[in-house]
Write a protein that binds this ligand. Structure first.
Ligand code: C5P
Length: 401
């Protein structure tokens, strides 16, 4: 969303009180907001609030001579990358469906050549009314995108569909609407990421140096191609991406359970650095030195191999991708690992300390499939992720075998 301009038309509904938060979230993603306030919208939120948060003046009249001279409503509606109407009232939807243009908001909506996303919000009976549903069908037919409404308690005391979608959901819809290519739309992909922590006692654990950077980048790349992503992450050093379903876990066993709960999926990318072992019967009290000079004997047991398990699961995803972080004989080890684990592809990478890959920003991978190894040049982890996501899309869409 970086640098994208959103023309945000704020209609007159009680949910307009959530619009300042929506503006903050959009701006946090690096996008720009041009607020437009209808007369009814101004009853619920103020031009001052919107302009301060957007960092831009609010446009609220068709008859502003300065504005008409400087920008003009046609230009205003075309300078945007996306037009968002939130809240979109029943009245606004009716006007849009009819093509009316009698105030700034409706004129902009008729004049724009950009995609339009609306977040309807109204009383449940107004939403259910055949007239509104007719208008909705017309708007969908015109290619207008919608997000929500949600169901729940309404400000008017009734219950049902008509609550405006939450600002986070609107931001997700905005992100989707801005994306030109969506070859993974309608697909569900599970991504595991980060290290696992295997407790020894309440204050100590066994971990590894995985930062979770590659897994997070893969989740973002899949999301940006339109996939619904379940992101199962151990305690990672990098923040979890937005716009994906984040399932935070600590141990390998929790990760396996979370992956199982997230099935079915079209594809799974197991990028987590899962600990091979856990401590049997981790102490629920801090283990103390007992004065004998003898360290405690930790009994270890093997963790579930999530990649091997999902590759043979009954509801196995169509495509299962594993990683092989190796320090020597990378291709031979990874090729053997692909067969042993039963996955379709292995992303093999050399993590010997000299490469600086573990915890770094770059990666050098070889994709190993049933057709053999394919070496990719060393590139940023974001680029590896984008390329992998493209390959997954091609595979699921039948462009490659
Ligand atoms: O056996 P190794 O850990 O080298 O295999 C790496 C691949 O297997 C990675 O894709 C990793 O996410 C996955 N894996 C797993 N569960 C384990 C161990 C590894 O899913 N317990």
């Amino acid at each position: 969303m970086l640098g994208k301009r959103i023309l945000l038309i704020v209609g007159g509904g009680i949910s307009a009180y959530k619009i300042p938060q929506l503006i903050r979230l959009i701006r946090a993603e690096g996008a720009l907001v041009t607020p437009v306030l209808t007369a009814a919208g101004a009853q619920f939120t103020t031009p001052m609030t919107l302009s301060v948060l957007a960092g831009e003046p609010v446009h609220d009249t068709l008859w502003d001579r300065n504005s008409e001279a400087e920008i003009g409503h046609i230009q205003l509606s075309r300078n945007a990358d996306l037009v968002v109407v939130a809240p979109a009232t029943a009245d606004m939807m009716a006007k849009m469906a009819q093509g009316q243009a009698n105030d700034l908001a409706s004129t902009l909506l008729l004049a724009t050549d950009k995609r339009v996303l609306i977040a309807p919000a109204m009383n449940v009976r107004m939403w259910d009314h055949p007239a509104t549903q007719r208008n909705l069908a017309t708007l969908h037919g015109d290619g207008i995108l919608t997000v929500g409404p949600d169901s729940g308690d309404m400000a008017c005391g009734e219950y049902g569909a008509g609550r405006m979608a939450e600002p986070e959901a609107i931001v997700t819809a905005i992100r989707d609407a801005l994306l030109p290519k969506r070859p993974l739309a309608g697909r569900h992909v599970i991504v595991t990421s980060g290290p696992t922590h295997e407790p020894i006692d309440p204050v100590r654990y066994i971990a590894n140096r995985s930062s979770g950077a590659q897994g997070a980048a893969i989740a973002v790349a899949l999301r940006d191609l339109g996939a619904r992503v379940s992101f199962v992450t151990g305690p990672a050093a990098v923040p979890a991406p937005s716009g994906v379903r984040v399932i935070a876990v600590e141990t390998a066993r929790q990760m396996r359970d979370a992956v199982q709960a997230a099935l079915p999926a079209d594809a799974a990318v197991m990028a987590a650095a899962v600990a091979d072992w856990h401590v049997v019967g981790a102490s629920d009290r801090k283990i103390k030195k007992d004065g004998s000079g003898q360290p405690p004997a930790l009994e270890m047991a093997e963790n579930p191999d999530i990649l091997a398990w999902i590759s043979r699961a009954d509801d196995r995803p169509d495509l299962v991708v594993g990683f092989a972080a190796e320090t020597n004989d990378v291709i031979a080890n990874a090729t053997a690992k692909r067969l042993r684990k039963g996955c379709d592809w292995i992303m093999a990478n050399d993590v010997s300390p000299a490469t600086g890959i573990m915890g770094g920003t770059e990666n050098a991978v070889t994709l190993i499939s049933d057709t053999g190894p394919e070496e990719w040049p060393r590139m940023g982890k974001d680029d590896v992720a984008a390329r992998l996501a493209e390959r997954i899309a091609d595979h699921l869409n039948g462009k490659t075998t």
